[in-house]
Write a protein that binds this ligand. Structure first.
Ligand code: ATP
Length: 459
């Protein structure tokens, strides 16, 4: 099995990720998080929120609705420009993103190129490209395929009843259209940011690579509003801040790299992605982009509502320029699992699979075991310990199978500590604490175990 298959299979087997609607044959490019997956995803979101809101005096949070006025998507350019280049294999009818087919043979392309531009490049290289599914080399002309997902939510009150309503394609539009509300109701002053975590929907052409590219996904976005002329300084700070975030999460620097966009959309000042070294190669994890005043200017134009900012000190009036950080929960999830995944040889035992998550991301922080399940005095004591631990941490009680098997199970879901209650516990109130990474066991007093976990898990 290759690395990606191993990770996909572990995610399914251990309750991290399930294909959507599996009993109906699945639903392409949509996935569900299982019991450990939802914990990991929640921890990722918690960590992001802590970093982007809690620790920042200059950033506030928001949770805007998924449904928005249809005009928003016209103003943002999504109804016309939010489209990927699509081709179909004439032999097997599989559909592909043309920029991806070109990249695979080393030709630089970008989904943001015009239909004409990309048709030209594709035309020159078509004969060198084989269909990834049937290996034939016969493709249709490139067509731009709009990614917005339409909904049929009723809008009965005005002319927009005729316009399609969309499930949002990105969360940041909710931030732009609320910027004045935030400004008027809080004490923020430029430069400041608004952060939001929420679902987004895109009709992605290809549905491969597990949870890397899904049609329903969650984004964690922060839009930072700056005075014109000062945004590039803030942009550099934001790039450093986001890089440091991954370092603090324990990502190996060699598994991350910056990718500079050469083919910028006309309004953008600069665009970099942070790419992660997934098993299928380096690919976009996060975008850090300087967007100029395009977003707010467009909404001002389309809504007819003035969106300029007046500096309270100088009375200067301007449309704020925006820099953004935008990252998917699913892509962070997959990167975190890949980063944590290890296979280790253990003398005299089967290869150990372990997810060495940083402690703040681990779905379960501690597991509590009675040595034997048929000794009521051990079970009772273990239950007591568990009842205390679970008040402070996400914890699990397990009395099933031998201790070795229970350790292995916890290793595979990435639990940092296992606490075992044995016969010595009954004599001297001590337990063993086993460390996931070193597999070493220490004996400590039950009364000290809470402090031990608090200290280790917050370190
Ligand atoms: P790609 O080029 O891979 O399609 P993108 O440039 O369109 O991505 P953005 O619009 O910049 O992506 O979205 C910001 C972030 O949202 C991405 O960096 C990624 O983490 C996440 N994201 C975007 N599309 C998807 C998707 N289909 N599935 C999961 N996450 C996604």
């Amino acid at each position: 099995m290759d690395e990606m298959q191993k990770i996909t299979s572990l995610c399914k087997r251990r309750g991290f990720v399930f294909p959507s609607s599996e009993i109906y044959g699945g639903f392409s490019a949509v996935y569900d998080f299982g019991p450990y997956g939802v914990e990991l995803a929640n921890n990722i979101k918690k960590e992001w929120w802590k970093n982007m809101v809690q620790l920042r005096e200059d950033i506030v949070g928001l949770d805007s609705a998924i449904f928005m006025h249809p005009k928003i998507w016209e103003a943002s350019g999504h109804t016309t420009g939010f489209a990927d280049p699509l081709t179909e294999c004439k032999n097997c009818h599989s559909r592909f993103r043309v920029d991806h087919l070109l990249e695979a043979i080393g030709v630089v392309a970008d989904e943001k190129m015009t239909e004409e531009q990309i048709n030209g490049i594709f035309g020159q290289n078509k004969s060198k490209i084989k269909c990834p599914d049937c290996a034939k080399s016969d493709f249709t002309k490139v067509k731009k395929f709009n990614l917005l997902v339409k909904a049929n939510l009723g809008n009965f009150t005005d002319d927009w009843a005729k316009a399609p309503v969309y499930l949002r394609g990105e969360t940041c539009q909710g931030i732009y259209v609320n910027y004045l509300n935030v400004l008027d109701s809080t004490r923020v002053k430029i430069p400041f940011g608004i952060a939001q975590i929420g679902k987004a929907f895109r009709n992605e052409i290809t549905a491969r690579q597990f949870i890397f590219r899904t049609r329903e996904f969650e984004q964690m976005e922060m839009q930072y509003l700056c005075k014109p002329g000062q945004e590039m300084e803030e942009y550099e700070k934001l790039r450093q801040y986001r890089w440091q975030y991954y370092m603090d999460l324990g990502f190996k620097p060699e598994n991350l790299k910056w990718h500079k966009h050469e083919n910028l959309v006309f309004y953008a000042k600069e665009a970099y992605d942070i790419e992660y070294n997934y098993p299928f190669g380096f690919a976009e994890l996060e975008g850090v982009h300087a967007r100029g005043d395009y977003d707010l200017s467009q909404h001002q134009k389309f809504s007819g509502h003035e969106l300029s900012y007046t500096d309270p000190q100088t009375n200067e009036k301007y449309i704020p320029h925006i820099i953004e950080s935008s990252v998917g929960v699913g892509r962070t999830f997959l990167a975190a699992v890949c980063e944590a995944y290890a296979e280790e040889e253990v003398a005299g035992e089967e290869t150990r699979i372990v997810l060495k998550f940083p402690k703040q991301l681990a779905p379960i922080k501690a597991a509590v075991f009675p040595l034997l399940r048929n000794k009521p005095e051990l079970v009772e004591k273990a239950r007591k310990v568990f009842n205390e631990v679970k008040r402070h941490f996400m914890a699990e009680f397990d009395d099933n199978g031998n201790i070795g098997k229970r350790y292995r199970r916890q290793d595979e879901i990435g639990t940092p500590y296992c606490l075992t209650i044995d016969f010595d516990t009954l004599k001297d109130n001590t337990i063993t604490i086993r460390d996931r990474d070193t597999m070493k066991q220490e004996r400590i007093k039950i009364s000290e175990s809470g402090g031990f976990l608090k200290q280790k898990l917050s370190a």
